[in-house]
Design a protein around this ligand. Structure first.
Ligand SMILES: [Zn+2]
Length: 406
């Protein structure tokens, strides 16, 4: 929606009008006329279709002055009550799922153990059960669901929704996640087997959710997730930057000089993730006799102020900060957000130490290094927003309105 240029010459369709209202750029009939160059009658016809679909409503705020003068106009707003989105965020040992409104409010939420190594059949089938229970909890029928968004801890080809050689998702490579999750939703919740399912990398979706919620004006936003693995998500001008086949941001497998002996889960030696991820810190703690097996175990230890965990997290932060100096130099982001299980004060201190030491002052002068605002819900919120932006994009609205017969 951001940055999209309206078709010139009065050809703006119902989808363009909806985009203008949703973004707040034009929220009265007069403002829509002015923004699109359409006549009052044409704006009226196109709005009528959106009203009939239940996608628009008159705002509660009462009439406001029209930019064209004359009578005050009624404000228009996106009616988010006509549908809901399902979203899930898979981590290696647990998952989180929710029913969200079209404007991103969580209506029902569930977290539980779900082991990604059990493979896509078992995991996606279980998610279908969770979705059924969540819809019941939210009091929503299955046919209110307009789409499903899924965040996974691996690189995703967003054209196919399939993960590509994911180091921490054994058995998922090339699997038809979209088809399987839609089928699980149909089987357990009674939803449509052709429900739109979008799959993306978890760091991408966290970045998308956080940028929209907290930094909507930031045109270059980067988020680094440090949990069991390490990944980065980049949002440029409001859009996720994925590279040509979903590989952008996979910084956990950058080789670092001091890691020659460290075997990574990808099979290579010397990756950043083998040294500085939550998984790597957990391994070092376990070697020292502290029970820890995953990034979330490390998080629990950090929360309780465990001194060894804090020292290792700071050291991990320094290693990640060294790599982030390159990331920041390449991307010149306005915000660098540190998220995931390790994202606390010790880790952030380590990141800052190396980042400011190694990056050029020029590339950090206007950089904010921050922690998450949405916390553990960032991936869910991002997954829900991705589905909504996909389904209500101007180019898709026409087709969907036609399917509704309006
Ligand atoms: Zn690796």
């Amino acid at each position: 929606m951001n940055g999209r240029v309206l078709r010139a010459g009065g050809h703006a369709g119902a989808g363009d009008l909806l985009a203008l209202v949703r973004s707040g750029r034009a929220t009265t009939r007069g403002a829509l006329q002015q923004a699109t160059g359409l006549s009052r009658a044409t704006v009226g016809q196109r709005l009528d279709r959106l009203f009939r679909a239940g996608w628009l409503r008159e705002g509660a705020g009462g009439p406001v002055d029209s930019p064209l003068g004359g009578r005050p106009s009624i404000t228009l707003e996106f009616d988010d009550s006509h549908a809901v989105v399902l979203a899930a965020d898979l981590d290696t040992r647990h998952a989180r799922a929710a029913v969200l409104s079209l404007t991103g409010e969580i209506q029902a939420e569930h977290t539980g153990a779900l082991v990604i190594e059990d493979g896509p059949e078992a995991v996606l089938d279980e998610l279908g059960r969770w979705f059924a229970e969540l819809l019941q909890k939210a009091g929503q029928p299955a046919d209110a669901v307009c789409g499903i968004g899924l965040a996974v801890p691996g690189p995703v080809d967003s054209d196919t929704g399939r993960v590509v050689q994911p180091p921490i998702m054994p058995g998922w490579d090339g699997h038809d996640i979209r088809g399987r999750l839609a089928r699980a939703f149909a089987e357990h919740a009674g939803g449509g087997a052709d429900t739109v399912v979008l799959v993306d990398n978890d760091a991408n979706l966290m970045a998308y959710g956080e940028q929209r919620a907290g930094y909507p004006d930031c045109t270059a936003f980067a988020l680094v997730k440090v949990s069991t693995g390490i990944g980065a998500g980049v949002v440029v001008r409001g859009e996720i930057y994925r590279g040509i086949d979903g590989g952008a941001g996979d910084i956990g497998h950058i080789r670092v000089p001091e890691g020659a002996d460290a075997l990574c889960r990808c099979g290579a030696y010397g990756c950043l993730a083998a040294l500085a991820s939550g998984g790597a810190v957990a391994r070092k703690l376990a070697e020292a006799g502290v029970p820890a097996a995953s990034g979330s175990d490390v998080r629990d230890l950090l929360v309780s102020g465990h001194p060894e965990a804090m020292a290792l997290a700071r050291e991990a932060g320094r290693r990640v900060g060294d790599v982030l100096a390159t990331v920041v130099t390449l991307l010149n982001p306005g915000v660098l957000m540190i998220a995931g299980d390790l994202a606390g004060t010790p880790f952030l201190t380590g990141v800052r130490e190396l980042l400011y030491q190694r990056a050029l002052p020029r590339s950090t002068a206007h950089l904010d290094v921050v922690t998450s605002r949405l916390g553990e819900r960032a991936g869910l919120v991002g997954a829900g927003a991705l589905v909504v932006e996909h389904l209500y994009a101007p180019e898709r609205v026409e087709e969907r309105l036609a399917a509704l017969g309006v």
